[in-house]
Design a protein. Sequence first.
Lengths: 275, 338, 263
Amino acid sequence: MSRVKRFFRTYTPFTRAGMQEMVAYRANFLCFLIGEIMASFIMYFVWKAVFDSSGSETFMGFTMEDMVVYLFITFLAGYLTYSDGAFTVGEEIIDGSIAMRMIRPCSFEMCFLFQELGNRIISVSMIFVPIVAGVEIYRYVQAGEVRFQPIYFLLFLLSLVFAYMISFYFNVCYGFMAFFFKNLWGTTLIKETVVNFLSGAIVPLAFLPAGLANVLNFLPFASLSYTPVMIYMGMYSYSEIAWRMGLQIFWLLVMYGLSKLIWRSAVRHLSVQGG
Amino acid sequence: MEAMIYAENLRKEFKKIIKEPGLKGAAKALFKPNKEIVTAVDDISFEVPAGEILGFIGPNGAGKSTVIKMLTGILTPTSGFCRINGKIPQEDRKNYVREIGVVFGQRTQLWWDLALRETYSVLKEIYQVPEEQFKKRMTFLNEVLELDSFITSPVRTLSLGQRMRADIAAALLHSPKVLFLDEPTIGLDVVVKENIRSAIRKINEEEGTTVILTTHDLADIELLCERIVMIDKGRKVFDGGLSELRHNFGDVRTLRFELVNGPDFKLLDYRRRFKLTDDDVSAERDGSSVTVRFDTAKVSVEEMISYTLSTVHVKDLNIKDVEIEEIIKKLYRREVSL
Amino acid sequence: MMRYIRLHRIFIAQYLKRLMEYKVDFMLGAIGLLIAQGMQLIFLGIIFSAIPALKGWQFEEVLFIYGFSLVPKTIDHLFTDNLWMVGYRIIRKGEFDKYLTRPINTLYHVIAENFCVDAFGELLTCILLLAYSIPKLSIPFHWYTIPLFLIVSIFATLIYTSLKIMTSAISFWTKASGHITHMLYMTNDFGKYPVTIYNKAVQALITYVIPFAFTAYFPATYFLTGKNPLFCLGGTVIAGTVLFLLAIFVWNRGLRAYESAGS
């Protein structure tokens, strides 16, 4: 028990620092967010035009109402599970300050994780409620009844936590790419675009050709946002939810193991570089 | 003829948002930011004749850099004005900066990823230096600042000393009439410092360049400047020659006695003998010698020597000149009122 | 003027030398942008596989407008990318001092110092889209079509660049404004699609307030239909000019408010 206590005592200061940082840069954050959510609004109009033009109530199994929920909850999930870890790790590797992390008596990625959690706590409190409330009000107005399902919502939250952890370890792995590239801008852009597509953030995976969609459903990227969003929308049965979450846990373990493996070889690489 | 640099009642105010610590403070700042006006430079006037090297000194945060930034046209004064080389920097910036050179020791103006030589070829175009003159100038700067050994290296690989020499050369490429140096020797070792000082001296002597330099290294001042302006908390507290500074602010002398039996402070008690405080006299052991610093306004050199000679066996005696550093330290600590 | 053109050549030459040092990174940047655009096109492809037209717009027409929107965006990205750094870093860290001690226009100097070759990823997408869509569309072609296209592209670029200048200049007062530039810049994606798909409020916003509709949709519809040249092209010219003058004004006011960094 005391080990757990000690663990939290070591890392909660990082969370507090993360929260303060977020509060200090709240204006930047809000502007950034408004810019990002603009893309969801554009997509909304595009889909609206699509539904208007198709003359049918559903498009590949989605109603317009589903589409709106999909767009904004995907945005929310994408934002909440987005991890900066990669960039920070990468930048610290490039400027050499990663060495400072290694001399501290605490786990390197735990420091990042807890600091980011602090960040998330603040940003969640700023955007989570407005977006979920907005989506639910929209659904209520469209359908004339409350569509919000608490059980699915709770499962969605749980799935989101898995998604965040997968994203975190995936990005830590990616951050080590900085050993090979001096400038992370290009690779980050490629990574983000590809992950976005593979995770269903640009087009729902259900809209893709069946063969491709099946493959993508099994890849870790679907676990990042598609799985939680589908749970929120009530698209999955309980048994399907169970094995999707099982898949999330599987990928989480894989990413965790991979990050450990890369970290170990990276430390060796670092000492070779330092001479 | 008007002075090369003329500053009248320069004043600069900044708005500062006061942040309170912690989450609560940040939350409070969200609704009601606490603003305060800070006067960084408060009514400073001075002039510098052409060809002079002026030392600009003061403790950290005194407003030195702010003054330099107003003189170079980077900042606009809140009130007051300056005229350099007959031009007001803020009015005709582009023409004005053609005739000045600026070096900020903490920052480089060189192109980071390119070979040093490339920076000069870009600056040549920016300042429109004719090819012929450029070649001559590069030869001269090479000779004074010894750039040859690293001119083909990328700037990011240069040592701090090399980078500083390269930056000074960049500021001099277009043969400016006035050179502003903001802490040109910061972080450098003694040899490089001397190197840079002699380059500054040479350029000043050969080309009559007017130089303003800020520094924390008082050796820079003693070796380069005939005149200093000292500011503190945004106000000018002294303006004059070095000898004047020595004369006005307590003539601190240092005597060094080498003793036969080594110093014995039971015998040698300067404070009790002359009824002085620690500020007016200090004695330090240095091997078999003793070094005494004292204010000649309180005790004469003669009295000091005769007391020491009569108390202990003295082998040798050495009188040092007034150390400017002592005076300035005192001024910084506000022990001398002005 | 000649002097600035000459200077620009030198800046670009220096940039290319730097590029050679970081070849791989820049390649990756360009590939990244190419992929990003490609994903958007897959999205359009999926939509049009299910419907014949989007609010009356044919697939090729939508591609043409999309491709057209990339023309000013690419030019702006290629030449003025350094403005982002003004809002994110240059002013906050006091690096702007350097520009103020040089005898050339500060705005020009900041812009000229960088040249963003990553934009070739967008340029390639743009060329592919136009090359694919134009032959399939019956675009009325006259002797003045190409000169008109070039002129309108310049003014459309000015819309982009001016908005970037203005939002970057905000950092002269606030120290950092990259996030504001980002916020405004993201609205440019509204211009990629036919504006008729938006509701009235959004249409008004992107026509009269942040006139991104004039960077693609309006000029592109003129080239598609030959109708309304006065509004479609004139609007672009006026919006570009007015915004540019405003941007210069804001920038110059900002210079006076610049507070540098440190003491």
